[in-house]
Write a protein that binds this ligand. Structure first.
Ligand code: T1G
Length: 645
């Protein structure tokens, strides 16, 4: 027996403990060890029941994703898990799965190979394969509908979101939630239980309404993602095939997804989100400063969202404004955001109250002298920011991190207003800051290593994806977005219809078209920046729209006109304006629109890499997938452009 799987006994129960830190992935040797353990205890006359439990912080978090490359490169024929789960299920003695942490993907599939499942109240279960561009590949699409019903199984397999212990119990995926020590509970639960094989359970008859509802929901939320639809196909097959036929069909669909470019792209993003946290030039033992209290300057849209990130992580926040009215507005927005989540059932009222109890709205600098981090989130004006940082210099304690949320301005110039530039860093959040996962960590020329290391650790604490970027205009994300949107406008000038430009990129997978994004963010933002940088004329149509006061959704009109529900419509005023600037009327294909706009992103990304503003191509991919609505199933601009592959 390898040390990946450990055997022990508690009275008459054989205990199999998986020991493959950090997440108990089903790496080679783990499934084999579990099967061997089940066989050993079946042959042990003293053992009347078996419990399988995860060692460390979790049950099994899935197949070893690193193994998939061996399948697509032909080194391995398949993940070889379904047959081992069948062997577990064939045990003559009852097998109880004890789940804490998470049972995800192959982890839940192994758990469903058990005869019973018990769960720690804080644990989660799920089939997140679709987030890797694949579907469950070890009979999950066949056992899950036998436990939870077809509709719930379809939802779990096409969405990929984990569910809580309470929800798993409610849907029959687990049989009990423990009320104390999980192993003790599982051992007691296993006493006297008959063998009950999930694969023997019946599946409800096919219901076309259920399938079509799932397909419609998946087409909307997982637009363009092949695996989401195939996950529904696989679960639906369970309603009309035998278990064995269903498993064979699932394997066919699994392989179709695994060998597709979409899955390779999404696995690139999965590992990329973890790679970007590794800063090659930072020594492994670089100190990470403790962040036990925070202070935010500015209670506007960004400041309020930033404050929520800290509150959600249980870190007390002092939120400072310059007037009671703006402070009250900021607190009201935070409260409204929490209340909306409570109404949707995402948070409990008690949790919301506990977050707000950590918030101290104020008009003074009180308590800023003890804060571990101060985040400036005021208006995008250099003089104002430098005034604030100069004032902070005289207030903040020596090891307080001074972070600015600027989205484009020079970090070094802001830092020059202090005598401690080594403590100054950019923390560029993306609106809405309490929702968007991306955090650009902008490194000034003097920013200290421990400030960078702490920023990276803090990103994880705030449940953000932190990406280190260099200090240049627009850093990485916004710097690339400029050329991308300029090409979109150029295509209109050459003859493309604005709606056609936006539709081409939306259909390709972007969350929004480039012109519609401008209307959403406000055309005046770019207009002001072009004026400040002497670039007026580089966007003639948007300059003209702004001169007409058409800033976008916030003024009810920009590239499009908007009704009260903000639905866009073509505006003849804009059509006439475009005609004044048009240099051509040629037919421009959707493919040309995609090639030139995405090409602009790739070209600027290459310059950014050459200048060292981004560490690796994958850093740019992670920024675009998590901050700019780039489709994960296309892997990010540099992956899509084959840069650095
Ligand atoms: N395989 C290989 N490595 C994994 C892994 C996995 N399934 N999950 C995590 N890691 C690595 C990760 O790259 C990182 O490595 C370290 O573990 C800590 O991870 C047959 C085919 C479980 C919620 O999709 O969602 O089963 O950077 O930093 O924040 O049908 O990891 O330290 O070198 O993310 O505590 C399905 C993927 C697989 C779950 C823990 N399972 N993992 O989050 O730690 S496909 C998943 C996660 C499958 C079956 C199919 C998270 C986590 P390094 P971490 P964390």
């Amino acid at each position: 027996m390898s040390d990946l799987v450990l055997l022990s006994k508690l009275a008459n129960v054989g205990v199999i403990t998986i020991n493959n830190p950090p997440v108990n992935a089903l790496s080679p040797g783990v499934p084999e060890g579990i099967v061997e353990g089940v066989a050993t205890f079946n042959a042990d006359p003293e053992v009347t029941a078996i419990v399988i439990i995860g060692g460390g912080r979790t049950f099994i978090s899935g197949a070893d994703i690193k193994e998939f490359g061996k399948i697509t490169s032909g080194q391995k024929s398949d993940i070889g898990l379904a047959d081992k789960i069948d062997l577990i299920e064939q045990s003559a003695k009852p097998v109880v799965m004890a789940i804490h942490g998470q049972a995800l993907g192959g982890g839940l599939e192994v758990a469903m190979g058990g005869h019973y499942r018990v769960m720690d109240p804080a644990a989660k279960v799920g089939q997140p394969e679709v987030k890797l561009g694949i579907i469950p590949g070890a009979a999950g699409t066949q056992r899950l509908p036998r436990l939870a019903g077809v509709a719930k199984a379809m939802e779990m397999c096409w969405q990929g979101d984990p569910i809580s212990a309470a929800e798993a119990l409610q849907h029959g995926i687990v049989d009990a939630v423990s009320n104390g020590d999980l192993l003790t509970f599982a051992v007691e639960f296993a006493q006297g239980k008959p063998v009950r094989r999930v694969s023997d359970l019946p599946v409800a008859a096919a219901d076309p309404a259920v399938s079509s509802a799932a397909r419609a929901a998946a087409a909307k939320r997982a637009r363009g993602l092949m695996a989401a639809q195939k996950a529904i196909d696989a679960v639906e097959a369970a309603t009309r095939m035998t278990f064995a036929e269903g498993v064979a069909y699932e394997r066919q669909l699994f392989e179709e997804c695994l060998f597709d470019e979409q899955s390779k792209s999404m696995i690139h993003i999965f590992f990329g989100e973890r790679e970007v946290a590794k800063i090659p030039f930072l020594a492994k033992d670089t100190p990470v400063l403790p962040i036990k209290s925070a202070a935010v300057i500015g209670a506007g849209t960004m400041g309020g969202g930033i404050a929520m990130n800290y509150l959600n992580a249980g870190i007390p926040v002092r939120l400072r404004e310059t007037s009671q009215a703006s402070l009250d507005r900021g607190v009201a927005t935070i409260t409204k955001n929490y209340a909306a989540s409570v109404a949707k059932g995402r948070f409990t009222q008690a949790w919301m109250d506990s977050r707000l109890a950590l918030l101290t709205p104020q008009l003074t600098w009180e308590g800023f002298d003890t804060a571990d981090i101060i985040v400036e989130a005021v208006f995008e004006n250099m003089a104002l920011k430098k005034t604030i940082f100069a004032e902070l210099d005289g207030i903040a304690k020596a090891d307080c991190i001074l972070a600015t949320n600027t989205s484009t301005l020079d970090i070094d110039e802001i830092a020059s207003a202090t005598k401690r530039p080594h403590m100054v860093v950019g923390h560029h959040f993306f609106s809405p800051a309490n929702v968007m996962r991306l955090l650009e960590i902008v490194r000034g020329k003097d920013t200290a290593p421990e400030v960078l290391a702490t920023s990276m650790a803090l990103a994880k604490t705030l449940r953000k994806v932190g990406v280190l970027v260099g200090n240049c205009f627009g850093f990485v994300g916004n710097r690339m977005f400029g050329p991308y949107r300029r090409v979109a406008e150029q295509l209109v000038i050459e003859g493309a219809d604005p709606m056609a430009v936006d539709k081409a990129l939306y259909d390709w997978g972007m969350a929004m078209g480039p012109l519609a994004v401008g209307d959403l963010a406000g055309l005046d933002v770019g207009w002001r920046i072009r004026q400040e940088r002497g670039e007026v004329g580089s966007a003639p149509i948007e300059d003209a729209l702004c001169e007409m006061g058409r800033y976008g959704q916030k003024t009810g009109a920009g590239w499009y006109k908007y009704d009260e529900k903000r639905n866009p419509a073509i505006d003849p005023v804009v059509t006439a304006l475009i005609e004044q600037h048009r240099t051509g009327h040629r037919e421009i294909s959707a493919q040309e629109i995609i090639d030139r706009c995405v090409g602009a992103l790739i070209d600027e990304g290459k310059k950014i890499l050459e200048e060292g503003i981004a560490l690796r191509p994958v850093d740019i991919d992670i920024i675009y997938v998590n901050g700019y609505g780039f489709p994960a199933h296309r892997g990010g601009p540099m992956w899509y452009g084959q840069v650095g592959r």
